[in-house]
Design a protein around this ligand. Structure first.
Ligand SMILES: [Zn+2]
Length: 246
């Protein structure tokens, strides 16, 4: 178990470090499953979401820990691991050229299969100045960052395989208003047939951060205009990847 989320673990690796850790705020989880690398069973209530939009008091889009959101992120990663990204290979090659570490599409697929997922708002992981770049002030926890920044839906560890997600949003079957705190409407992360392409595009966005580019240089390489970035913040990156790769 690695509640801090900063160790690599064998693929497929998700949810095992969230289920049963009993970390603060993980209400609704902690059922003790997930001692191996298997995909956990879908919990009861999985297909009965309600509401939408950000709520400080719980539910979809809140700080609440929703196990189904972690499961959905893991399933999206497995799909990204198998995704054929040839449609956007030229675009990804440009990102690779601009990144500190170069990569191929096969690297992206492999990296996706190695991701491990953690609930952001309940995470005790501390920023040490290198694990999250400039995103989180040194000594602040990931949980504090998610709670003080209600629109954040995912955060990528810069120097490892962890991705922290707002699990309540990742469990949503409906659009979430307020993504990134700007009134942006985020498409649903799951559908009756599983994770949406938007969920996969969001993970592709997070995986790209692992090769060295933060949002603004990444947006620039992807050809996103300053106006689009100003209006849609980092979701503009995800939407561009969704448009070009799927
Ligand atoms: Zn980003």
């Amino acid at each position: 178990m690695d509640p801090s989320g900063l160790q690599d673990c064998p693929a497929p690796c998700f949810s095992t470090t969230v289920f049963g850790t009993g970390i603060g705020g993980a209400a609704g989880g902690g059922d003790g499953r997930g001692t191996g690398g298997d995909i956990p069973e879908v919990p009861d209530g999985f297909d009965t979401p309600s509401g939408g939009g950000y709520s400080a008091t719980g539910g979809y889009g809140s700080n609440e820990y929703v196990a189904a959101g972690i499961i959905n992120a893991g399933l999206a990663a497995l799909k990204l691991a198998q995704a054929n990204l040839d449609n956007c290979k030229d675009l990804l090659a440009q990102v690779s050229s601009a990144s500190t570490t170069h990569f191929t599409i096969a690297d992206i697929n492999r990296r996706a299969s190695a991701l491990s997922f953690f609930d952001g708002a309940s995470s005790p992981t501390i920023s040490d100045g290198s694990n999250f770049g400039a995103q989180i002030p040194v000594n602040q926890t990931v949980g504090q960052f998610f709670i003080s920044t209600p629109g954040v839906i995912a955060l990528s560890q810069a120097n490892g395989n962890a991705v922290f997600v707002r699990s309540s949003v990742w469990a949503s079957f409906t659009p979430i208003t307020g993504a990134l705190g700007l009134g942006i409407v985020s498409p649903p992360f799951q559908s009756a047939s599983g994770p949406t392409t938007f969920a996969m595009a969001t993970l592709l966005h997070e995986v790209l951060h692992k090769y060295g580019l933060e949002d603004i240089p990444l947006a620039s390489v992807l050809g996103i205009s300053e106006k689009d970035f100003a209006s849609n913040s980092s979701q503009s990156i995800t939407m561009k990847l969704l448009d070009k790769c799927w």
